[in-house]
Design a protein around this ligand. Structure first.
Ligand code: 5CA
Length: 441
């Protein structure tokens, strides 16, 4: 993408209500535009990152055997009356009436809709386990939308729903999502710590929140440092291996990790002092096992192996896809701007052409752009005639993992400057050597 043909409205001014660094940086980098309280447009740079995160979530859900689909944003109130949640959900639910006088709502989550789909088609245990997911906009009329996309009213969520014939099978489905989440967040360059969460009315031990550590986090977090060092299951992990699934969960849950809501001072104090971590965290995912909470009132039953009917055991698994854009920035930035982890960066490389009106300089910069694009890299090519200061400042702000600066002096010596955004490390290299470094060749 040539910068002169892109839409990148960077700005120095941020509104006073932008309290935290990710919100400020997203506004300054021209990633989002507020349209109303907690409601945002995703400008091109922000949209690229949102799509990268969405794609990682998709690949890791698919790898774990979940199947993608799409449900609508608008739902029928009658389904929520069946589950009993229509009145219980309260003011967070945006309620709408259509021209026929029917009560509708903008979905805050999709347990009812998916249970309705399930019961219409699935009649036998033989079709289980089944895990269906989608990535779709949600609306929750939060009392206090704030921190930009981190606590929005309209936000983008991945929500998966598992269906099993009994609790033991549902536990395996839960562990499968638990393991998939670890790989998902790892690919985004962040460490998300699973913490026991309040399982709600069902009880049991099966609800976890996944939090990343960041000073601006809304929750206080207490954990054993060791939990941060457990490696993710990895690409070759076998999601059908039930012993391995249980082990992945056990490897982490054996260490203390809790938010303030579940904090147990005595258990925390039992950790060796040097290993105690007291920090703040952002919830980027939340998984639940809820048994027959929806299948019971909504009559989602299957025939079991012995010919009886059984209510299915369900779980739901959320990831805050739009929240992650802000959360990753909270975890990865410096005083000059964003530092994108490689896999979620809107472009892999930024090329700064220092003198686009100098023929030799422009030729090298054009060649760099062509070669990197051919090598499959997403490139933002700054061939504008802006001054050096603003060019560098903008490139630092938007935080692409690699920068190549091409100026007349270097070109004379056959060199370009390659900079790694995360470390600030700079090297003068031939163009081909710089490209080889970026492409890992
Ligand atoms: N039905 C379940 C699982 S699908 C559910 O809705 N869980 S949730 O309420 O915890 O939401 C899932 C994830 O969405 C959260 O972990 C969080 O990362 C994200 N999320 C929730 N509320 C907001 C919000 N107001 N703004 C941005 N992201 C949010």
């Amino acid at each position: 993408m040539r910068l002169s043909k892109f839409f990148l409205p960077v700005s120095k001014d941020v509104p006073a209500n932008a309290e935290i660094v990710s919100h400020k940086l997203m506004l300054r980098a021209g990633m989002i535009r507020q349209n109303g309280a907690g409601i945002y447009s995703w400008l091109p740079l922000g949209f690229l990152v949102l799509k990268k995160i969405e794609q990682i979530v998709r690949e890791e859900m698919n790898r774990a055997g979940a199947i993608e689909m799409l449900m609508p944003t608008l739902q029928q109130a009658d389904l929520w009356r069946e589950s009993g949640r229509y009145d219980a959900y309260g003011e967070e639910m945006l309620r709408i009436t259509d021209r026929g006088g029917r009560d509708m709502l903008y979905g805050p989550t999709n347990e009812e809709v998916i249970t309705d789909i399930f019961r219409a088609y699935v009649k036998s245990y033989k079709a289980l386990p089944l895990n269906l997911y989608h990535q779709q906009w949600k609306f929750r009329d939060e009392v206090r939308p704030r921190f930009g996309v981190m606590r929005g009213r309209e936000f983008y969520m991945k929500d998966a729903y598992s269906f099993d014939v009994d609790e033991a099978a549902a536990r395996v489905s839960y562990q499968r999502m638990f393991a998939a989440y670890l790989n998902t967040f790892d690919r985004m360059g962040i460490t998300a710590i699973p913490m026991q969460a309040d399982p709600g009315p069902i009880g049991g031990d099966l609800s976890h929140e996944f939090l990343i550590l960041a000073t601006s986090g809304e929750s206080a977090v207490f954990c054993d440092k060791a939990v941060l060092d457990v490696p993710p299951p990895g690409r070759d992990f076998d999601f059908d291996d039930e012993a391995a699934l249980a082990a992945e969960m056990d490897k982490r849950t054996r260490y203390y990790a809790a938010t303030d809501e579940k904090h147990d001072e005595a258990a925390y104090n039992a950790i060796p002092e040097a290993s105690r971590v007291e920090a703040r965290g952002i919830e980027v995912g939340h998984i639940f096992y809820f048994g027959t909470k929806y299948s019971d009132p909504m009559k989602a039953e299957v025939q079991t192996a012995d010919g009886n009917l059984a209510e299915i055991h369900g779980g739901s698994y959320g990831i805050g896809v739009s929240r992650l854009v802000g959360a990753i920035i909270e975890a990865s930035h410096d005083e000059n701007g964003i530092i994108w982890p490689d896999n979620v960066a809107p472009f892999h490389v930024g090329i700064i052409s220092m003198k686009p009106d100098d023929a030799a300089c422009a030729a090298v910069a054009d060649a760099a752009y062509a070669k990197l694009t051919t090598a499959g890299k997403d490139v933002l090519y700054d061939e504008t005639s802006d001054r050096a200061g603003p060019k560098f400042g903008r490139m630092e702000l938007i935080g692409l993992p690699w920068q190549i600066t091409i100026g007349p002096r270097g070109v004379k010596e056959g060199k370009v400057e390659l900079k790694r955004r995360a470390t600030g490390e700079k090297q003068d290299l031939t163009l081909d050597a710089a490209i080889a470094k970026i492409t890992g060749a």
